[in-house]
Design a binder for this molecule. Structure first.
Ligand SMILES: Cc1cc2nc3c(=O)[nH]c(=O)nc-3n(C[C@H](O)[C@H](O)[C@H](O)COP(=O)(O)OP(=O)(O)OC[C@H]3O[C@@H](n4cnc5c(N)ncnc54)[C@H](O)[C@@H]3O)c2cc1C
Length: 510
């Protein structure tokens, strides 16, 4: 079947952060993508943060500043240089080698709004009030069944389908992907109150022998108070507490109810943990919360969902449009499932401490907070891990400190500021690090941009390197100790299909 015989190249089920990012990447690669979303409008805001790696991802597509502008519009001062680990707040993100050495406080609902606008601008097609009810796969693709807002049934035929439909994922259930894990045993509560933040800093967390607490602004006039109440945390409540009970929890744990008289919303969330055994079945893929459920320790859940969606989106887009070989899609599960397991372990390490309030546990937490976490190497490692900056994928070429990691944000020659900015259209990049004039060279493939540094690159992780081959997501796929002339066109196998006769070695124009 040729592409035009399908209604879309890719149907993405869900238009939460994962669905929007995945669709954006695929549309950028030239794919025809339809998002089917059962909601009729915005939903309850869960995530309240944007982390450094996610901001870098958005920067690499030219949209980070838009999100930052929106965050500043909503909150005035949304930047927190400090982060939480295990409910403790000594992490200092300024240690990171990134243009965004901080956590931005931004309600998920606003992040989704900006991402939705960006997707619409490049030709995305998000259909609200379309609930997916079934899908079938055959040799040529998938048929996705839905019911629209008027109760009318329909179906779309596509080459690929992506389940970005959250923790109850219909796609995962229909595919029969195993989802082992356990239900919540302990519960935390959010009280979103119509009150200005009573602290002089955007976040503030503490623990004592009766629980844990934190507060941060959601937007002007609306503050989120989070509480783990040792007395009630394992009651197994199916629904959130009412206003009286929630305020009582605040008085018990925070020591005050802050004079709250008007509550916008009370929600609860627990330490339920699940993880899908597979991320792919045939033409169908799973991303985001359809793949995992966990306690939102450190506020990293959406960050990792977005990184999964980013990883899948460009690959699907390039394969669906015939630019890359289908085998590229195998690397999605190979690369992201281990990262998801690593992230779930990071969550477990934190909940092991955060939900314990006996004398021994509090002594250990105090030791972590005051002695261990502030150690510079520990601090940097945790900030990198929580941000997703330590994700390292398979790579080839000479061994180096950056192999497989995302390229550090070194300055580059020409119109762009840093190496993070070289792939705004989602292209592969060959980056010379010797200071050679790349404007006089010819790329080995139309899908590969050439770039260079201003003089030899000066970064400890790049010592001994002459050039790097960057994937569209900014990860280093190949390294050489020599300049661009050393690029081996065989390297393209697995990444890009040959295009006409243009696949040649890097050539110097006369
Ligand atoms: C209390 C709490 C606080 C959190 N705080 C943070 C934080 O500070 N930072 C952070 O990074 N993360 C945080 N998270 C996690 C974050 O909210 C999730 O990781 C994120 O929402 C996952 O995005 P998603 O797109 O994968 O799924 P979702 O946001 O759940 O989106 C799935 C979408 O699919 C749609 N859908 C479902 N079924 C169908 C269907 N059959 N047909 C069509 N559409 C369908 C849904 O309507 C929904 O819009 C928090 C989570 C909780 C619970």
């Amino acid at each position: 079947m040729n592409r035009q015989q399908y209604d879309a190249d890719i149907v993405v089920v869900g238009a939460g952060p994962s669905g929007l990012v995945c669709a954006y990447e695929a549309v950028l690669a030239g794919a025809r993508v339809v998002n089917l979303e059962k909601r009729s409008g915005p939903t309850w805001s869960r995530a309240g943060t944007l982390y450094p790696r996610v901001l870098e991802i958005f920067r690499s597509r030219g949209v980070a500043q838009r999100l930052l502008d929106r965050a500043f519009e909503i909150q005035g001062d949304p930047i927190s240089r400090f982060g939480v680990w295990g409910g403790m707040q000594p992490l200092n993100y300024t240690a990171l080698d990134t243009p965004y050495p901080y956590v931005v406080m931004m309600p998920q609902i606003e992040t989704e709004k900006v991402l939705g606008e960006c997707l619409a601008e490049i030709g995305g097609d998000v259909r609200l009030q379309h609930e997916v009810t079934g899908l079938t796969q055959d040799a040529d693709g998938v048929t996705v069944d839905f019911i629209d807002g008027d109760g009318v049934s329909g179906s779309l035929r596509a080459r690929y389908v992506v389940g970005a439909d959250g923790r109850q994922s219909s796609v995962r259930n229909i595919l029969g992907v195993a989802f082992p894990g356990h239900e919540a045993q302990r519960i935390a509560v959010n009280v979103d109150a119509n009150i200005e933040l009573p602290f002089d800093h955007p976040t503030n967390s503490f623990f004592n022998d009766i629980g844990w607490g934190m507060a941060y602004p959601l937007r002007k006039g609306l503050t989120r108070f989070v509480v783990i109440d040792k007395k009630t945390m394992d009651d197994g409540r199916p629904t959130p507490p009412d206003a009286d009970a929630a305020l009582e929890m605040l008085r018990r744990v925070h020591g005050t109810d802050y004079g709250i008289t008007s509550i916008h919303q009370i929600t609860q969330f627990g330490d339920a943990t699940y993880c899908a055994e597979r991320l792919r079945v045939g033409w169908a893929f799973l991303v985001g919360e359809s793949v995992r459920v966990h306690y939102p320790a450190s506020g990293i859940g959406m960050q990792f969902c977005i990184q999964d969606a980013f990883n899948l989106g460009w690959k699907l887009g390039k394969v669906a449009t015939g630019q890359s070989p289908a085998a590229l899609l195998d690397s999605f599960e190979e690369e992201r499932l281990p990262e998801i397991h690593r992230m779930l372990d990071m969550i477990r390490q934190q909940t092991a401490l955060q939900f314990r309030f006996d004398e021994e546990a509090n002594a250990l937490k105090t030791y972590f907070r005051d002695k261990l976490l502030p150690l510079p190497d520990v601090n940097r490692m945790l900030c990198e891990d929580l941000s997703g900056l330590s994700a390292r994928y398979a790579s080839s070429g000479v061994e180096s400190a950056v192999s497989g990691l995302r390229m550090p944000p070194i300055p580059v020659a020409g119109e762009y500021e840093t190496a993070l900015d070289l792939s705004t259209q989602g292209q592969f990049v060959l980056l010379d690090l010797t200071g050679a004039d790349v404007s006089r060279m010819t790329s080995p493939h139309p899908q590969i941009a050439l770039a260079g540094t201003i003089g030899p690159a000066d970064h400890p992780a790049l010592a001994g390197l002459g050039c790097v081959f960057l994937r569209p997501d900014g990860h280093v796929a190949w390294t050489s100790s020599e300049g661009l002339g050393s690029f081996d066109v065989e390297m393209l196998d697995g990444w890009l299909l040959p295009e006409d006769a243009s696949r040649t070695a890097v050539a110097r124009r006369s």
